[in-house]
Each structure stands twice: as structure tokens, then as C-alpha cells.
Design a protein around this ligand. Structure first.
Ligand code: THU
Length: 139
């Protein structure tokens, strides 16, 4: 799938953000190995801590429907849905990516619009991350 298409799907997901407390809307589009894309938005809560990030919404939707192999995620965010800068995933979301994705090959695309985006590997965003392999005595 072209990066521009993934950005468009992340931007569409951002429009569904439920963020009445921060006013910061985020959308994510998660590309699976089978080509399917799962979209997610951030979902805040009056009690604050139950809120969920867009990235984890997308991952949990996908995993709960049987997906286990992922290629890339695109993230778009901004105040009231206007992306002025690049929205990087929080540490908790990076850790969730670490659970399911190959750090060297999983791509994290941060986008402002279809023409302005940056791409990182999960390894770059979470060096020396702790993942499933660490529990298998693989080092
Ligand atoms: N947020 C995300 O959904 N993803 C990110 O990558 C960064 C932060 C959300 C959480 C909260 O609803 C709002 O943005 C402000 O932190």
C-alpha cells in the first residue's frame, strides 16, 4: 500500500477522535501483513487514566480480530484535528508495538499530510526494547 493511502486512512481515523479534555486529536492506520488496514483514534475519559491512544486502539482492534503480523503504522495528530507537527507514539504505545512487531522492519510513519511525512523503524524509536524474545532466554 502506498504511504499516501495509509496517511489518508490515518487522517480519516483522526476525525473520529474523542478528545474533549486535551483537544488533541490523533488517528492511526495500521497495515497488516495480509494488506488489511485497521484504523484507530484516541479515546479520552472523564476519569483521565482510562483514555486510550490512537495507536493502541488500532492494535487492539487488529489483534482482537486475529491479526498477528504487522508491517507499518501511520500516525496523524494535532490540536482539534489540525496537524501542525509530527505526532510521535508515546512510550506505552511503542511497548505495545514491541510485543507484536519486528523492531528492525516495522515502520512507523509520522505524517502531517499526504506530502509531509517521516519514517522510522521501531528499533529507532525504542532502542534495546524489552519484548517477547527476552522471556525466551534469547538474549
Ligand atoms: N495520544 C495518542 O493518541 N497518540 C500519541 O501518539 C500521543 C498522544 C493522545 C492521548 C491523549 O488522548 C492525547 O493524545 C493527548 O495526549
Amino acid at each position: 500500500m502506498a504511504t499516501e493511502d495509509l496517511i489518508r486512512l490515518a487522517a480519516e481515523a483522526m476525525s473520529y477522535a474523542y478528545a474533549p479534555y486535551s483537544g488533541f486529536w490523533v488517528g492511526a492506520a495500521l497495515l497488516c501483513a495480509d494488506g488489511r488496514v485497521y484504523q484507530g483514534c484516541n479515546i479520552e475519559n472523564a476519569a483521565y487514566t482510562p483514555g486510550n491512544c490512537a495507536e493502541r486502539t488500532a492494535f487492539f482492534k487488529a489483534v482482537s480480530e486475529g491479526q498477528r503480523e504487522f508491517e507499518a503504522i501511520c500516525i496523524v495528530g494535532g490540536h482539534n484535528g489540525v496537524p501542525n507537527g509530527y505526532t510521535a507514539p508515546c512510550g506505552v504505545c511503542r511497548q505495545v508495538m514491541m510485543e507484536f512487531c519486528c523492531p528492525e522492519t516495522f515502520r512507523v510513519i509520522l505524517a502531517k499530510d499526504e506530502k509531509h511525512w517521516k519514517e522510522y523503524s521501531l528499533q529507532e524509536l525504542l532502542p534495546m526494547g524489552f519484548g517477547p524474545d527476552n522471556l525466551q532466554n534469547k538474549g
